[in-house]
Design a protein around this ligand. Structure first.
Ligand SMILES: Nc1ncnc2c1ncn2[C@@H]1O[C@H](COP(=O)(O)OP(=O)(O)O)[C@@H](O)[C@H]1O
Ligand SMILES: [Mg+2]
Length: 278
């Protein structure tokens, strides 16, 4: 008899029962687990202070868990792993380098490519994000959205398997932010990375992700998860006006509301306990 093993797509990122506390004793995670599949787009959503940035630093190996482990492609993670690329809220470009040189610098740091290859890749990725015309400009000559595109091109040029993004569009105006969301989906469908996208914006999470993971109050970890069953490619006008989009938004709003309320009552209890005299 032939034994058929069911096929499970490999997890590119696995977080197994991690715990983490800062040196001052602030415990942010306890026994937290998460598995992300190849090419999956996962949004980590949660109110401010719930541990989103801490989680990203644990996923990237910049912070070490006090228990459990994080693996990327089956290997324990370490900082600056080639498979990982980061995009943060601020683009962090060198102001004295041209747009193209900023992208080349990222490639130089990653090593492995000759100067000619770095130029060629920088041009290719700048054209992919629609910035070939400003390749010789300095960062201060660009708008905020364009600067964030340069940061995206710099990260994409290194060709990471996994993109870790911490509120990358939070500092942009609403219209630019929506444009960047669409741009990111287009790049993702073309390049096929796995993306972990941190946000506190419900609409952004639903519009982008295959799965939204809601983080609860520290150290509780995952509060809930929702699979986003919206067709791709996602057109902002079509998708945002559907009942399903609104329904996902309502469900997530409900969870975020419950978490915020819990935090308020926890801090009231805490200050009540402190104020209660003998
Ligand atoms: N370096 C640090 N030292 C001590 N506590 C920290 C540090 N960074 C963050 N925290 C605390 O850890 C918790 C989670 O923070 P963070 O991961 O920044 O949340 P988020 O990104 O969701 O806003 C918060 O209570 C925050 O005050
Ligand atoms: Mg944060």
């Amino acid at each position: 008899m032939e034994i058929v093993t069911p096929f499970h797509p490999p997890a590119v990122l696995s977080v197994d029962g991690i715990g983490f506390a800062y040196k001052n004793g602030r415990e942010v995670f306890r026994n937290f687990s998460l598995t992300v599949k190849k090419r999956e787009f996962v949004a980590l959503l949660g109110p401010s202070g719930c541990g989103k940035s801490t989680m990203l630093n644990l996923l990237s190996g910049f912070l070490k868990p006090t228990a459990g482990r994080v693996c990327v492609n089956g290997q324990p993670v370490f900082p600056e792993m080639q498979a990982l690329g980061y995009v943060f809220q601020t683009p962090n470009l060198f102001p004295w380098l041209s747009v193209e040189d900023n992208v080349c610098f990222g490639l130089k740091m990653a090593g492995k490519t000759s100067a000619a290859e770095q130029r060629e890749k920088a041009r290719r990725y700048l054209s992919l994000v629609g910035l070939e015309a400003v390749a010789r400009d300095l960062p201060h000559q660009l708008s905020g959205g364009m600067r964030q595109r340069v940061a995206l091109a710099r990260t994409l040029a290194v060709e990471p398997d996994i993109l870790l993004m911490d509120e990358p569009f939070a500092a942009l105006d609403a219209i630019t932010r929506i444009q960047m969301n669409e741009e990111l989906l287009r790049l993702w469908s073309e390049l096929g990375q796995t993306i972990i996208f941190i946000t506190h914006d419900i609409d952004e999470a639903v519009f982008l992700a295959d799965r939204v993971v809601v983080l609860g109050l520290p150290p509780n970890g995952i509060d809930s998860e929702i699979l986003i069953d919206l067709p791709r490619p996602r057109d902002r006008h079509k998708v945002r006006s559907t009942a399903r989009f609104a329904d996902y938004g309502d469900q997530l709003m409900h969870r975020i509301g419950a978490i915020t309320q819990l935090r308020q009552s926890a801090s009231l209890n805490h200050s009540g306990a402190r104020n209660a005299g003998p």
